[in-house]
Write a protein that binds this ligand. Structure first.
Ligand SMILES: Cc1cc2nc3c(=O)[nH]c(=O)nc-3n(C[C@H](O)[C@H](O)[C@H](O)COP(=O)(O)O)c2cc1C
Ligand SMILES: [Mn+2]
Length: 477
Protein backbone atom coordinates (compact mmCIF):
# COMPACT_ATOMS: atom_id res chain seq x y z
CA UNK A 1 0.00 0.00 0.00
CA UNK A 2 1.18 3.54 -0.72
CA UNK A 3 2.58 5.72 2.11
CA UNK A 4 0.21 8.27 3.64
CA UNK A 5 1.69 11.68 2.84
CA UNK A 6 -1.38 13.92 2.64
CA UNK A 7 -5.16 13.77 2.75
CA UNK A 8 -5.44 12.43 -0.78
CA UNK A 9 -3.00 9.54 -0.37
CA UNK A 10 -4.85 8.63 2.82
CA UNK A 11 -8.14 8.54 0.91
CA UNK A 12 -6.61 6.17 -1.66
CA UNK A 13 -5.38 3.90 1.15
CA UNK A 14 -8.74 3.94 2.91
CA UNK A 15 -10.47 3.03 -0.36
CA UNK A 16 -8.09 0.13 -0.81
CA UNK A 17 -8.84 -1.07 2.73
CA UNK A 18 -12.61 -0.62 2.31
CA UNK A 19 -12.59 1.89 5.18
CA UNK A 20 -14.27 4.88 3.49
CA UNK A 21 -17.88 5.60 2.71
CA UNK A 22 -18.84 8.37 0.29
CA UNK A 23 -22.08 10.30 0.73
CA UNK A 24 -23.53 12.89 -1.65
CA UNK A 25 -26.07 15.61 -1.00
CA UNK A 26 -26.15 15.32 2.81
CA UNK A 27 -27.52 18.43 4.58
CA UNK A 28 -24.84 20.52 6.28
CA UNK A 29 -27.44 21.50 8.82
CA UNK A 30 -27.29 18.63 11.37
CA UNK A 31 -27.16 15.64 8.98
CA UNK A 32 -23.38 15.66 8.51
CA UNK A 33 -22.99 15.92 12.29
CA UNK A 34 -25.51 13.18 13.03
CA UNK A 35 -23.97 10.76 10.52
CA UNK A 36 -20.50 11.47 11.87
CA UNK A 37 -21.74 10.76 15.40
CA UNK A 38 -23.61 7.61 14.39
CA UNK A 39 -20.74 6.08 12.41
CA UNK A 40 -18.34 7.01 15.20
CA UNK A 41 -20.60 5.34 17.75
CA UNK A 42 -20.53 2.19 15.65
CA UNK A 43 -16.75 2.46 15.27
CA UNK A 44 -17.51 2.17 11.61
CA UNK A 45 -16.20 3.71 8.36
CA UNK A 46 -14.69 7.13 7.74
CA UNK A 47 -17.08 9.42 5.85
CA UNK A 48 -16.35 11.56 2.80
CA UNK A 49 -19.17 14.01 2.09
CA UNK A 50 -19.55 15.71 -1.30
CA UNK A 51 -22.14 17.65 -3.33
CA UNK A 52 -23.55 19.93 -0.67
CA UNK A 53 -26.54 21.91 -1.84
CA UNK A 54 -25.39 25.33 -3.02
CA UNK A 55 -21.67 24.40 -3.14
CA UNK A 56 -19.55 23.30 -6.09
CA UNK A 57 -19.11 19.58 -6.69
CA UNK A 58 -15.80 18.46 -5.16
CA UNK A 59 -15.92 20.73 -2.08
CA UNK A 60 -15.69 17.95 0.46
CA UNK A 61 -15.63 17.21 4.19
CA UNK A 62 -14.03 14.09 5.66
CA UNK A 63 -14.83 12.86 9.17
CA UNK A 64 -14.18 9.94 11.53
CA UNK A 65 -10.70 9.54 10.08
CA UNK A 66 -9.09 8.30 13.27
CA UNK A 67 -12.08 6.60 14.88
CA UNK A 68 -10.68 3.08 14.64
CA UNK A 69 -7.28 1.66 15.54
CA UNK A 70 -7.08 0.16 12.03
CA UNK A 71 -7.30 3.54 10.33
CA UNK A 72 -5.22 5.36 12.93
CA UNK A 73 -2.50 2.69 12.67
CA UNK A 74 -2.07 3.48 9.00
CA UNK A 75 -1.11 7.07 9.81
CA UNK A 76 0.72 6.32 13.05
CA UNK A 77 3.06 3.75 11.51
CA UNK A 78 1.76 0.85 13.61
CA UNK A 79 0.57 -2.66 12.71
CA UNK A 80 -3.09 -2.42 11.62
CA UNK A 81 -4.32 -5.32 13.76
CA UNK A 82 -3.41 -3.99 17.23
CA UNK A 83 -6.10 -2.93 19.70
CA UNK A 84 -6.53 -1.59 23.23
CA UNK A 85 -3.51 -1.47 25.54
CA UNK A 86 -1.38 -3.28 22.92
CA UNK A 87 -2.05 -0.45 20.47
CA UNK A 88 -1.37 2.15 23.15
CA UNK A 89 1.85 0.45 24.20
CA UNK A 90 3.08 0.11 20.61
CA UNK A 91 2.48 3.85 20.14
CA UNK A 92 4.19 4.61 23.45
CA UNK A 93 7.24 2.63 22.39
CA UNK A 94 7.29 4.31 19.01
CA UNK A 95 7.11 7.77 20.59
CA UNK A 96 10.13 6.89 22.74
CA UNK A 97 12.16 6.75 19.49
CA UNK A 98 11.08 10.28 18.43
CA UNK A 99 13.60 12.38 16.51
CA UNK A 100 12.49 15.70 15.00
CA UNK A 101 12.16 15.60 11.20
CA UNK A 102 12.61 19.19 9.98
CA UNK A 103 10.20 20.57 7.39
CA UNK A 104 11.07 20.65 3.72
CA UNK A 105 10.95 24.24 2.47
CA UNK A 106 9.45 24.31 -1.04
CA UNK A 107 8.55 27.09 -3.46
CA UNK A 108 5.06 26.19 -4.62
CA UNK A 109 2.50 23.47 -4.21
CA UNK A 110 -1.08 22.41 -4.81
CA UNK A 111 -2.27 24.74 -2.04
CA UNK A 112 -1.75 27.64 -4.49
CA UNK A 113 -4.18 26.27 -7.08
CA UNK A 114 -6.80 28.84 -5.99
CA UNK A 115 -6.78 32.02 -3.94
CA UNK A 116 -9.14 34.58 -2.50
CA UNK A 117 -7.65 38.05 -2.00
CA UNK A 118 -8.46 40.45 0.81
CA UNK A 119 -11.39 42.00 -1.05
CA UNK A 120 -13.21 38.81 -2.06
CA UNK A 121 -12.83 36.61 1.00
CA UNK A 122 -16.01 34.88 2.00
CA UNK A 123 -15.52 31.92 4.29
CA UNK A 124 -19.10 30.82 3.68
CA UNK A 125 -17.92 29.59 0.31
CA UNK A 126 -16.59 26.53 2.13
CA UNK A 127 -19.15 24.00 3.32
CA UNK A 128 -19.38 24.09 7.13
CA UNK A 129 -21.71 21.80 9.06
CA UNK A 130 -23.59 22.49 12.25
CA UNK A 131 -21.76 19.66 14.02
CA UNK A 132 -23.99 19.37 17.13
CA UNK A 133 -27.62 20.43 17.48
CA UNK A 134 -27.07 23.32 19.91
CA UNK A 135 -23.83 24.69 18.52
CA UNK A 136 -23.81 28.46 18.59
CA UNK A 137 -22.34 28.89 15.13
CA UNK A 138 -20.55 27.44 12.15
CA UNK A 139 -17.34 25.68 13.16
CA UNK A 140 -15.17 25.71 10.06
CA UNK A 141 -12.16 24.52 12.07
CA UNK A 142 -12.36 21.29 14.06
CA UNK A 143 -9.66 19.02 12.66
CA UNK A 144 -7.61 22.11 11.87
CA UNK A 145 -4.14 23.41 12.74
CA UNK A 146 -3.44 26.95 13.94
CA UNK A 147 0.07 27.95 12.85
CA UNK A 148 1.88 30.61 14.87
CA UNK A 149 5.42 31.76 15.56
CA UNK A 150 6.45 32.63 19.09
CA UNK A 151 7.80 36.19 18.88
CA UNK A 152 10.47 35.51 21.52
CA UNK A 153 11.80 32.03 20.74
CA UNK A 154 10.84 32.01 17.06
CA UNK A 155 9.40 28.49 17.51
CA UNK A 156 6.68 27.45 15.09
CA UNK A 157 3.63 25.93 16.73
CA UNK A 158 0.68 24.10 15.21
CA UNK A 159 -2.25 23.59 17.61
CA UNK A 160 -5.79 22.37 17.07
CA UNK A 161 -8.14 25.02 18.47
CA UNK A 162 -11.75 25.34 17.38
CA UNK A 163 -12.48 27.95 14.74
CA UNK A 164 -15.88 29.59 14.39
CA UNK A 165 -16.92 31.79 11.49
CA UNK A 166 -17.81 35.26 12.83
CA UNK A 167 -17.96 37.35 9.66
CA UNK A 168 -17.17 36.62 6.05
CA UNK A 169 -13.48 37.39 6.71
CA UNK A 170 -13.29 36.91 10.48
CA UNK A 171 -13.03 33.83 12.65
CA UNK A 172 -12.68 33.34 16.37
CA UNK A 173 -9.97 30.93 17.49
CA UNK A 174 -10.53 29.45 20.94
CA UNK A 175 -6.97 29.05 22.13
CA UNK A 176 -7.29 28.43 25.84
CA UNK A 177 -4.95 29.95 28.40
CA UNK A 178 -1.64 28.13 28.57
CA UNK A 179 -1.87 26.75 25.03
CA UNK A 180 1.17 27.49 22.88
CA UNK A 181 -0.68 29.56 20.28
CA UNK A 182 -2.23 31.62 23.03
CA UNK A 183 1.13 32.30 24.65
CA UNK A 184 2.56 33.45 21.30
CA UNK A 185 -0.40 35.81 20.97
CA UNK A 186 0.02 37.20 24.47
CA UNK A 187 3.73 37.84 23.87
CA UNK A 188 3.08 39.50 20.55
CA UNK A 189 0.30 41.69 21.95
CA UNK A 190 2.51 42.62 24.89
CA UNK A 191 4.92 44.07 22.30
CA UNK A 192 1.98 45.99 20.84
CA UNK A 193 1.94 43.91 17.66
CA UNK A 194 -0.78 41.80 16.04
CA UNK A 195 -0.05 38.08 15.88
CA UNK A 196 0.40 36.71 12.35
CA UNK A 197 -1.53 33.46 12.07
CA UNK A 198 -2.36 30.82 9.48
CA UNK A 199 -5.00 28.12 9.75
CA UNK A 200 -4.90 24.86 7.86
CA UNK A 201 -8.28 23.16 7.45
CA UNK A 202 -7.19 19.98 5.70
CA UNK A 203 -3.59 18.82 5.93
CA UNK A 204 -1.30 15.86 6.38
CA UNK A 205 -3.20 13.48 8.71
CA UNK A 206 0.03 13.19 10.73
CA UNK A 207 -0.08 16.94 11.28
CA UNK A 208 -3.58 16.74 12.73
CA UNK A 209 -2.40 14.02 15.11
CA UNK A 210 0.58 16.04 16.29
CA UNK A 211 -1.35 19.32 16.57
CA UNK A 212 -3.77 17.89 19.12
CA UNK A 213 -1.05 16.12 21.15
CA UNK A 214 0.81 17.60 24.11
CA UNK A 215 4.02 18.19 22.14
CA UNK A 216 6.56 20.17 24.27
CA UNK A 217 6.83 23.90 23.40
CA UNK A 218 10.35 23.64 21.97
CA UNK A 219 9.36 20.96 19.47
CA UNK A 220 7.39 22.02 16.42
CA UNK A 221 4.33 19.92 15.64
CA UNK A 222 5.54 20.03 12.01
CA UNK A 223 8.67 18.15 13.03
CA UNK A 224 6.66 15.72 15.09
CA UNK A 225 4.33 15.11 12.14
CA UNK A 226 7.31 14.60 9.84
CA UNK A 227 8.54 11.96 12.25
CA UNK A 228 5.11 10.29 12.45
CA UNK A 229 4.87 9.95 8.69
CA UNK A 230 8.58 9.30 8.27
CA UNK A 231 9.04 12.07 5.71
CA UNK A 232 9.38 15.85 6.09
CA UNK A 233 6.26 17.98 5.78
CA UNK A 234 6.66 20.20 2.70
CA UNK A 235 5.94 23.81 3.64
CA UNK A 236 5.82 27.03 1.69
CA UNK A 237 6.17 30.59 2.99
CA UNK A 238 2.81 32.29 3.34
CA UNK A 239 2.89 35.62 1.48
CA UNK A 240 0.91 37.53 4.12
CA UNK A 241 2.46 36.18 7.32
CA UNK A 242 5.76 34.58 6.34
CA UNK A 243 4.60 31.53 8.30
CA UNK A 244 5.29 28.04 6.95
CA UNK A 245 2.04 26.63 5.54
CA UNK A 246 1.51 23.06 4.30
CA UNK A 247 2.26 23.01 0.55
CA UNK A 248 0.04 19.94 0.21
CA UNK A 249 -2.69 21.42 2.38
CA UNK A 250 -6.29 21.63 1.22
CA UNK A 251 -7.37 25.04 2.56
CA UNK A 252 -5.22 27.61 4.37
CA UNK A 253 -6.36 30.94 5.82
CA UNK A 254 -3.74 33.62 6.41
CA UNK A 255 -4.14 36.73 8.48
CA UNK A 256 -3.59 38.15 11.93
CA UNK A 257 -5.02 38.48 15.40
CA UNK A 258 -5.01 42.22 16.14
CA UNK A 259 -4.98 43.68 19.65
CA UNK A 260 -8.61 44.17 20.55
CA UNK A 261 -10.42 45.21 23.69
CA UNK A 262 -12.82 42.67 25.24
CA UNK A 263 -15.79 44.73 24.09
CA UNK A 264 -14.57 44.34 20.51
CA UNK A 265 -14.51 40.55 20.75
CA UNK A 266 -17.55 38.52 19.67
CA UNK A 267 -19.60 35.79 21.28
CA UNK A 268 -18.10 32.35 20.93
CA UNK A 269 -19.83 29.01 21.47
CA UNK A 270 -21.50 27.03 22.77
CA UNK A 271 -19.94 24.04 21.06
CA UNK A 272 -20.16 20.31 21.81
CA UNK A 273 -17.06 19.38 23.83
CA UNK A 274 -15.14 16.16 24.48
CA UNK A 275 -16.70 15.47 27.92
CA UNK A 276 -20.08 15.28 26.15
CA UNK A 277 -21.57 18.70 26.98
CA UNK A 278 -21.90 22.15 25.56
CA UNK A 279 -19.72 24.35 27.68
CA UNK A 280 -20.81 27.87 28.30
CA UNK A 281 -20.52 30.40 25.55
CA UNK A 282 -18.34 33.42 26.28
CA UNK A 283 -18.45 37.00 25.09
CA UNK A 284 -15.35 39.14 24.80
CA UNK A 285 -13.02 36.28 25.64
CA UNK A 286 -11.92 34.44 22.51
CA UNK A 287 -9.32 35.89 20.09
CA UNK A 288 -10.54 37.12 16.72
CA UNK A 289 -8.59 36.65 13.51
CA UNK A 290 -8.91 38.82 10.43
CA UNK A 291 -8.43 36.66 7.35
CA UNK A 292 -6.46 38.40 4.61
CA UNK A 293 -5.89 35.64 2.14
CA UNK A 294 -7.29 32.19 1.47
CA UNK A 295 -5.51 29.46 -0.48
CA UNK A 296 -7.19 26.24 -1.54
CA UNK A 297 -6.65 23.26 -3.74
CA UNK A 298 -9.00 22.29 -6.51
CA UNK A 299 -11.81 20.26 -4.96
CA UNK A 300 -10.67 20.98 -1.39
CA UNK A 301 -11.21 18.50 1.43
CA UNK A 302 -11.86 19.90 4.91
CA UNK A 303 -11.01 17.67 7.85
CA UNK A 304 -13.88 17.49 10.34
CA UNK A 305 -13.05 16.20 13.83
CA UNK A 306 -15.84 17.40 16.12
CA UNK A 307 -15.61 16.39 19.77
CA UNK A 308 -18.34 13.82 20.53
CA UNK A 309 -20.11 12.50 23.60
CA UNK A 310 -18.15 9.60 25.14
CA UNK A 311 -17.57 6.76 24.55
CA UNK A 312 -17.56 8.24 21.05
CA UNK A 313 -14.51 10.31 20.09
CA UNK A 314 -12.40 11.70 17.26
CA UNK A 315 -9.69 9.29 18.43
CA UNK A 316 -9.79 5.47 18.46
CA UNK A 317 -8.58 5.07 22.04
CA UNK A 318 -7.29 7.43 24.78
CA UNK A 319 -3.96 8.09 23.07
CA UNK A 320 -3.12 10.81 25.59
CA UNK A 321 -2.74 8.07 28.22
CA UNK A 322 0.80 7.49 27.00
CA UNK A 323 1.76 10.87 28.43
CA UNK A 324 0.44 9.99 31.89
CA UNK A 325 2.07 6.56 31.62
CA UNK A 326 5.38 8.31 30.90
CA UNK A 327 4.90 10.78 33.74
CA UNK A 328 4.12 7.96 36.19
CA UNK A 329 7.30 6.16 35.15
CA UNK A 330 9.37 9.33 35.40
CA UNK A 331 8.04 9.80 38.94
CA UNK A 332 9.48 6.36 39.73
CA UNK A 333 6.37 4.18 39.89
CA UNK A 334 7.50 0.67 38.90
CA UNK A 335 5.61 -2.01 36.97
CA UNK A 336 2.89 0.00 35.29
CA UNK A 337 1.11 -2.32 32.88
CA UNK A 338 -1.28 0.12 31.29
CA UNK A 339 -3.08 3.46 31.56
CA UNK A 340 -6.56 4.06 30.17
CA UNK A 341 -9.40 6.56 30.25
CA UNK A 342 -13.12 6.17 29.57
CA UNK A 343 -13.95 9.84 29.06
CA UNK A 344 -11.07 11.23 27.08
CA UNK A 345 -9.98 14.10 24.90
CA UNK A 346 -6.29 14.71 24.43
CA UNK A 347 -5.66 13.43 27.98
CA UNK A 348 -6.94 10.33 29.79
CA UNK A 349 -9.64 12.46 31.44
CA UNK A 350 -12.02 12.27 34.42
CA UNK A 351 -12.11 8.48 34.69
CA UNK A 352 -8.57 7.23 34.50
CA UNK A 353 -7.56 3.65 35.19
CA UNK A 354 -4.04 2.39 35.85
CA UNK A 355 -2.98 -1.25 35.98
CA UNK A 356 0.05 -2.21 38.05
CA UNK A 357 1.81 -5.38 39.09
CA UNK A 358 1.94 -4.67 42.82
CA UNK A 359 5.45 -4.89 44.26
CA UNK A 360 5.14 -3.49 47.79
CA UNK A 361 2.72 -2.04 50.32
CA UNK A 362 1.75 1.46 49.28
CA UNK A 363 2.62 0.95 45.60
CA UNK A 364 -1.00 1.50 44.50
CA UNK A 365 -1.42 4.68 46.56
CA UNK A 366 1.81 6.05 45.15
CA UNK A 367 0.46 5.60 41.60
CA UNK A 368 -2.82 7.29 42.59
CA UNK A 369 -1.12 10.30 44.11
CA UNK A 370 1.18 10.88 41.17
CA UNK A 371 -1.65 10.43 38.66
CA UNK A 372 -3.74 13.05 40.47
CA UNK A 373 -0.93 15.60 40.36
CA UNK A 374 1.06 14.92 37.17
CA UNK A 375 0.19 17.27 34.33
CA UNK A 376 -1.48 14.69 32.09
CA UNK A 377 -3.54 13.33 34.98
CA UNK A 378 -4.41 16.58 36.71
CA UNK A 379 -5.77 18.48 33.73
CA UNK A 380 -9.31 17.18 33.19
CA UNK A 381 -9.00 14.44 35.83
CA UNK A 382 -11.52 13.44 38.51
CA UNK A 383 -11.66 9.72 39.37
CA UNK A 384 -8.43 7.74 39.34
CA UNK A 385 -8.57 3.98 39.79
CA UNK A 386 -5.65 1.61 40.27
CA UNK A 387 -6.19 -2.09 39.59
CA UNK A 388 -4.09 -5.24 39.52
CA UNK A 389 -2.72 -6.34 36.18
CA UNK A 390 -5.16 -9.25 35.79
CA UNK A 391 -7.87 -6.65 35.04
CA UNK A 392 -8.56 -5.65 31.42
CA UNK A 393 -8.51 -1.88 31.90
CA UNK A 394 -10.09 -1.26 28.50
CA UNK A 395 -13.26 -3.07 29.62
CA UNK A 396 -15.49 -0.94 31.90
CA UNK A 397 -17.22 -4.07 33.29
CA UNK A 398 -13.90 -5.49 34.44
CA UNK A 399 -12.94 -2.18 36.02
CA UNK A 400 -16.29 -1.91 37.85
CA UNK A 401 -15.93 -5.51 38.98
CA UNK A 402 -12.49 -4.75 40.39
CA UNK A 403 -13.76 -1.66 42.24
CA UNK A 404 -16.80 -3.58 43.50
CA UNK A 405 -14.88 -6.53 44.84
CA UNK A 406 -11.37 -5.37 45.70
CA UNK A 407 -11.79 -1.84 46.99
CA UNK A 408 -12.23 -1.69 50.75
CA UNK A 409 -14.14 1.59 50.63
CA UNK A 410 -12.98 3.08 53.93
CA UNK A 411 -9.31 2.21 53.36
CA UNK A 412 -9.27 2.46 49.62
CA UNK A 413 -10.83 5.81 48.78
CA UNK A 414 -9.31 9.25 49.30
CA UNK A 415 -10.49 12.66 48.24
CA UNK A 416 -8.01 15.36 47.27
CA UNK A 417 -9.45 18.82 47.08
CA UNK A 418 -8.85 21.80 44.80
CA UNK A 419 -6.79 20.28 42.00
CA UNK A 420 -6.26 22.02 38.64
CA UNK A 421 -9.26 21.33 36.37
CA UNK A 422 -10.08 21.67 32.68
CA UNK A 423 -12.18 24.53 31.30
CA UNK A 424 -14.58 21.83 30.07
CA UNK A 425 -15.39 20.62 33.63
CA UNK A 426 -19.18 20.66 33.73
CA UNK A 427 -19.62 20.67 37.54
CA UNK A 428 -18.00 24.03 38.22
CA UNK A 429 -20.77 26.59 38.66
CA UNK A 430 -20.56 29.92 36.82
CA UNK A 431 -20.07 31.67 40.20
CA UNK A 432 -17.23 29.34 41.16
CA UNK A 433 -15.49 29.95 37.83
CA UNK A 434 -15.40 33.64 38.62
CA UNK A 435 -14.36 33.37 42.25
CA UNK A 436 -12.25 30.21 42.49
CA UNK A 437 -11.20 29.51 38.90
CA UNK A 438 -10.95 26.06 37.39
CA UNK A 439 -10.29 23.67 40.23
CA UNK A 440 -12.04 20.45 41.22
CA UNK A 441 -11.65 17.52 43.62
CA UNK A 442 -10.12 14.12 42.91
CA UNK A 443 -11.30 10.71 44.05
CA UNK A 444 -8.49 8.20 44.37
CA UNK A 445 -9.74 4.62 44.27
CA UNK A 446 -7.46 1.78 45.23
CA UNK A 447 -9.11 -1.26 43.64
CA UNK A 448 -6.08 -3.51 44.00
CA UNK A 449 -6.15 -6.56 46.26
CA UNK A 450 -4.61 -5.49 49.60
CA UNK A 451 -0.91 -6.18 49.22
CA UNK A 452 -0.52 -7.09 52.93
CA UNK A 453 -2.60 -10.25 52.50
CA UNK A 454 -2.71 -10.64 48.75
CA UNK A 455 -1.87 -14.34 49.00
CA UNK A 456 -4.95 -14.97 51.15
CA UNK A 457 -7.25 -12.80 49.03
CA UNK A 458 -10.08 -14.98 47.64
CA UNK A 459 -9.14 -16.56 44.33
CA UNK A 460 -11.03 -15.55 41.17
CA UNK A 461 -13.45 -18.27 40.06
CA UNK A 462 -12.80 -17.99 36.34
CA UNK A 463 -10.73 -20.34 34.18
CA UNK A 464 -7.68 -18.92 32.49
CA UNK A 465 -8.12 -17.69 28.92
CA UNK A 466 -5.54 -20.24 27.72
CA UNK A 467 -7.28 -23.19 29.35
CA UNK A 468 -10.67 -22.19 27.98
CA UNK A 469 -9.23 -21.82 24.51
CA UNK A 470 -7.53 -25.21 24.75
CA UNK A 471 -10.78 -26.93 25.78
CA UNK A 472 -12.74 -25.03 23.17
CA UNK A 473 -10.34 -26.25 20.50
CA UNK A 474 -10.58 -29.80 21.71
CA UNK A 475 -14.39 -29.73 21.64
CA UNK A 476 -14.58 -27.56 18.57
CA UNK A 477 -16.89 -24.97 20.19
C1 LIG B 1 -11.22 18.55 17.68
C2 LIG B 1 -10.40 19.26 18.72
C3 LIG B 1 -10.78 20.48 19.20
C4 LIG B 1 -10.01 21.15 20.15
N1 LIG B 1 -10.40 22.38 20.54
C5 LIG B 1 -9.60 23.10 21.36
C6 LIG B 1 -9.94 24.45 21.66
O1 LIG B 1 -10.94 24.99 21.17
N2 LIG B 1 -9.13 25.13 22.51
C7 LIG B 1 -8.00 24.56 23.02
O2 LIG B 1 -7.30 25.26 23.75
N3 LIG B 1 -7.67 23.28 22.77
C8 LIG B 1 -8.44 22.54 21.92
N4 LIG B 1 -8.10 21.25 21.62
C9 LIG B 1 -6.96 20.63 22.31
C10 LIG B 1 -5.61 21.06 21.74
O3 LIG B 1 -5.56 20.75 20.39
C11 LIG B 1 -4.46 20.37 22.46
O4 LIG B 1 -4.44 20.75 23.81
C12 LIG B 1 -3.09 20.68 21.82
O5 LIG B 1 -2.10 19.94 22.47
C13 LIG B 1 -2.77 22.14 21.87
O6 LIG B 1 -1.54 22.41 21.22
P1 LIG B 1 -0.44 23.32 21.92
O7 LIG B 1 0.07 22.52 23.07
O8 LIG B 1 0.58 23.50 20.85
O9 LIG B 1 -1.09 24.58 22.34
C14 LIG B 1 -8.84 20.57 20.66
C15 LIG B 1 -8.46 19.32 20.17
C16 LIG B 1 -9.21 18.66 19.20
C17 LIG B 1 -8.75 17.36 18.67
MN1 LIG C 1 2.67 23.09 20.81
Amino acid sequence: MEQVRDMRSLIRCLDEMGELQRLQGVDLNLEVGALTELMGERESLALLFDDFKGYPHGYRIISNLFRTCRRAALVMGLPVDLKGVDFLNAWRNRVLTFRPVPVQQVEGGPIFENQMGEEDIDLRRFPTPIWHELDGGLYLGTGCGIITRDPESGNINVGTYRVMIQEKNKVSIKMNKGKHGRMAMERSHAQGKPLPVAITLGQEPSLFLSSQMPVPPDISEYEFAGWIQDSPIPVVRGAVTGLPIPANGEVVLEGEIPLLRPEELPKEGPFGEWPGYYTEATVGDVPLMTVKRVYYRNDPIILGAPPLKPPNSYLPIPLGSITLWEQLEKAGIPDIKGVWGFVYGGQPGPFTVIAIKQRYTGHAKQALLVAAGARAGAYGGKFVVVVDDDIDITNPYEVIWAISTRCNAREGIDIVKNVWASVCEPTISPQERDTRGYISDRVLIDACRPYQWIEQFPKVNAFSREFKEKVAKKWKV
